[in-house]
Design a protein around this ligand. Structure first.
Ligand code: S6P
Ligand code: ZN
Length: 184
């Protein structure tokens, strides 16, 4: 597909080849308050985020995807993506924010950085950094990601160790705290 189109009002791609839906029940183990997550799953098992992707998986190609991360919290921790390293660690990525308010949490070994994102912001995720996006607003947070076709996703490392920081609401604002479950 040589040409595609973004509907900026909806933050949707006109065409995509893959759609991934992550519900609360797909996020077990990722949030600090696992009891709050189980209650949420029992009640309605809401969708946390959706990814609409146009992949091209060969070396030298580019893939792209729009992620729509819905607003909400598990306990006081904001809705977020699983987060991953690229399987090929030396592959970078670009994030372009389209809608809402988000935070991009990045981690390399024991070093952590976070950046706020709102419509129009371009964030460069350098090679070797794990990345997770978080909706810190009260509407959908959406962004376009562009990444090397052969980057791949390593979810296992984050699933096992988590990120060193968590993002929670305190007095109506986001705050970044040490992750009590972080395994160095
Ligand atoms: C791909 C890029 C994004 C994420 C998406 C969902 O390299 O970083 O398209 O895949 O935001 O996050 P996750 O961590 O579940 O893949
Ligand atoms: Zn990525």
């Amino acid at each position: 597909m040589l040409k595609n189109r973004i509907d900026f009002a909806e933050a949707k791609l006109e065409k995509y080849a893959d759609k991934v839906v992550r519900k609360a029940s797909n996020m077990r183990g990722f949030y600090i308050d696992s009891e709050a997550l189980e209650r949420m799953i029992e009640q309605e098992d809401p969708i946390i985020y959706e990814v609409y992707a146009v992949p091209h998986e060969n070396e030298g190609e580019l893939s792209y995807a729009i992620t729509v991360l819905h607003p909400g919290k598990v306990g006081n921790e904001y809705f977020m993506t699983k987060g991953h390293y690229h399987s090929k660690r030396d592959r970078a990525e670009l994030y372009i924010a389209l809608k809402g308010r988000g935070l991009l949490l990045m981690q390399r070994d024991n070093e952590v950085q976070w950046v706020e994102m709102e419509k129009g912001d371009i964030i460069y995720v350098p090679p070797y950094w794990a990345h997770r996006s978080i909706n810190i607003g009260d509407e959908d947070f959406a962004f376009l990601a562009i990444y090397p076709g052969d980057a791949g996703h390593d979810y296992g490392t984050i699933a096992k160790k988590g990120f060193a920081k968590i993002v929670v609401e305190e007095n109506g604002k986001y705050t970044v705290l040490d992750n009590p479950k972080w395994k160095e």
